[in-house]
Design a protein around this ligand. Structure first.
Ligand code: DGY
Length: 317
């Protein structure tokens, strides 16, 4: 077996078995991220890279691999891959669209409910032995999704799936998309109106140079008192230090699945705040969804290794 695939993401045994029956493998199975230098060394003789969101596949890595035929990521997001360099070097990039839409939309709504109904806070309250008094009318009050105006930023498949769910809750929906898009029950607005009107802002747009820190200090300041930011897309969409300041002041609340730096550093100011609910990048984390993502990524990898068109190839600019 002379063809080499570098695998930078831990995978289930049967998947490794399948890969190992076809290719020589070099596998990074640590929970920490492989360094750029080591990855650049590993890929020198490689024909394929199988990776996911935790591994930056940089210009240096791509240029270090003259025999590279394909980069296949087990993710829909591709902001960890230098697409321009891949394009320049003629290396196709495969990704896994569509199959994680519902799981990610569910997670966005889960975070909305967790924040509005204070679920983790109430859980901590009981566990920490705080529940001594009985039921009372003003105890742990939250807010209702049925009374909320929700601003959806990004009306692609995941934004639309969130809209479908929230129509069922009776929320009022407003939305923004880079190219205006008609979505049932969603009133299109500009970004400034959306930030000023929404009780909940939820992010479903890709992370690109254009959307970097789209949720900046000024837009956070324009949000209503008590409003909630939900992010299941990418940390780079948010000016995180400005968000931490708004949360620390107690003016806003948040539900965050993704962060500027992952894992979220223990000394992050966000860690000290009670008005934010965290999940560790779990938007697509259900068994069937991850299985479907892996299957797509393997199909992309196999096609690229035999220099066929990838079934799910990222379009180059
Ligand atoms: C993706 O696919 O881009 C998610 O962020 C990870 O599942």
């Amino acid at each position: 077996m002379s063809e080499l695939v570098v695998v930078t993401v831990p995978l289930p045994e049967p998947v490794l078995g399948w890969l190992g029956s076809r290719y020589a493998l070099k596998i990074w199975d640590q929970t920490t991220q492989i360094s750029e230098d080591l990855l650049a060394e590993w890929v020198q003789p490689a024909h394929g890279i199988l990776c996911s969101v935790g591994t930056p596949v940089t210009k240096k890595v791509i240029e270090a691999a003259p025999a590279l035929r394909v980069i296949s990521t087990i993710s829909v997001g591709t902001d960890h891959i230098d697409l321009a360099s891949a394009h320049h070097c003629g290396v196709p990039v495969g990704f896994t669209p569509d199959v994680l839409v519902d799981s990610t939309a569910d997670m966005a709504v889960a975070l909305m409910l967790a924040v509005t109904r204070r679920v983790p806070e109430a859980d901590r309250f009981i566990r920490n032995g705080g529940w001594h008094a009985g039921w009372s009318t003003g105890f742990f009050l939250g807010t209702d999704l049925s009374r909320a105006t929700v601003g959806i930023i990004g009306l692609g498949p995941t934004g639309q799936a969130v809209a479908t769910r929230l129509r069922g809750f009776g929320s009022q929906l407003i939305g923004w998309n880079r190219t205006p898009r008609v979505v049932e029950g969603v009133e299109l607005t500009d970004l400034e109106t959306l930030f000023g009107r929404a009780d909940i802002v939820t992010l479903h747009t890709a992370s690109t140079p254009d959307t970097y820190q789209l949720v900046n200090a000024a837009r956070l300041a324009a949000m209503r008192d008590g409003a909630i930011l939900i992010n299941t897309a990418r940390g780079a969409l948010v000016e995180e230090s400005a968000l931490a300041r708004e949360l620390a002041s107690g003016r806003l609340r948040a539900g965050l699945d993704v962060f500027a730096e992952e894992p979220l550093p223990q000394d992050s100011l966000l860690m000290q705040l009670d008005n934010v609910v965290f999940t560790p990048h779990l938007g697509s984390a259900t068994g069937p969804t991850r299985q479907a993502m892996i299957e797509r990524a393997l199909e992309n990898l196999s096609a690229g290794m035999t220099e066929e068109a990838l079934p799910w190839q990222v379009k180059s600019e």
